[in-house]
Design a protein around this ligand. Structure first.
Ligand SMILES: *[C@@H]1O[C@H](CO)[C@@H](O)[C@H](O)[C@H]1NC(C)=O
Length: 314
């Protein structure tokens, strides 16, 4: 169903304790040879690594929020799930302030014109937050200015799984409309998170991670319940998303893109990046069973996506 990772050597993320989501963006290169790739990681002030190539080597250069987030919520010094997108020459870094296993969560945003450390302005909360008892958990934000001119923010993790809500034109705040659910797996712990939507040839594709993400060195879930990368698609960005078998993704649907295989265990926290050289790539973190199961041992995986069947295959 999928080939093992052979195209790229995974990069050992030495300094990163918890890489829940990474985000990769490239500066518009004057020439490909001079491109600089930026990678953003969960934890502390959101570490920034740069590299002259997708394949590395990656160098730690600083943080998006060196003094923490201005959001007043537990977790402000340990932001999660950065997702960086460029719109009209401005880079927007959406991030989450939360604590593990709670719904006391806020989605914030910072902007920069270069992505370099020291260039980021924190705008604090987008206005999207959650608290105990809400249908969703306001973490794992993913923005999309759609081809139809809408701006949506996809988010959510466990509880009611994945939701979406409109962003204002400034991309810094949500409109306040009620978030709507776009994916729900009402089994077990309702383990979907990390939604990431891309548009392609008339469809919106919702990639998400399903299962237990972390802490595999302490406790490993039953086989098949570890992280894996799923996909659903819809002809409109707000749904209804279905899987390749036609099953609604509001009703346990989801087609496997990448699960554990060979020495790769628990791939997830994915994003999709359009590389000028190699095409569309899926990037994610995973455990290399030959290296170690701790969160600090997680590797960065990158595979080129084959879309020839209309569904992403890696
Ligand atoms: C739904 O959740 C169950 C329980 O964790 C899991 O086994 C299954 O793979 C999930 N399905 C999808 C489509 O994510």
């Amino acid at each position: 169903m999928y080939a093992p990772i052979t195209m790229y050597t995974p990069i050992h993320l030495l300094a990163i304790l918890s890489l829940l989501i990474t985000s990769i963006s490239a500066l518009p290169p004057p020439s490909l040879a001079r491109a600089t790739y930026f990678r953003f990681s969960t934890g502390s002030g959101l570490a920034i690594h740069t590299s002259p190539a997708l394949t590395g080597p990656w160098t730690y250069v600083g943080e998006v929020l060196p003094s923490g987030s201005s959001i007043s919520n537990p977790g402000a010094q340990d932001a999660w799930a950065p997702d960086v997108h460029e719109v009209d020459g401005v880079y927007y870094c959406y991030y989450s302030v939360s604590s593990f296993g709670t719904q006391e969560s806020v989605i914030g945003v910072a902007t920069s014109s270069t992505m370099e450390p020291g260039s980021w302005t924190d705008h604090g909360s987008t206005g999207l937050s959650s608290t105990t008892g809400d249908l969703y958990n306001a973490i794992d934000a993913n923005p999309l200015p759609t081809s139809a001119g809408e701006n949506v923010l996809t988010f959510g993790s466990f509880w009611g799984d994945i939701f979406q809500t409109p962003l204002n034109a400034d991309l810094l705040t949500v409109t306040g409309a009620s978030p709507y659910q776009i994916e729900f797996n009402d089994t077990g712990t309702r383990p979907s998170e990390g939604g990431y939507v891309v548009e392609r040839e008339g469809y919106s594709y919702l990639f998400f991670s399903s299962g237990v993400c972390c802490g595999y060195d302490a406790t490993r879930p039953a086989a098949g319940e570890e992280y894996k990368i799923m996909v659903c698609r819809s002809s409109t960005v707000d749904g209804e998303y279905v899987d390749a078998a036609g099953r609604s993704c509001l009703d346990h649907g989801g087609t496997l893109v990448l699960g554990s295989h060979d020495n790769v265990y628990g791939p997830g926290g994915q994003g999709v990046y359009e590389d000028p050289e190699v095409g569309t790539v899926l990037y994610y973190h995973y455990v290399d069973t030959n290296v170690g199961y701790a969160d600090g041992d997680k590797q960065l995986g990158i595979n080129v996506i084959d879309w020839s069947l209309g569904w992403p295959v890696v």
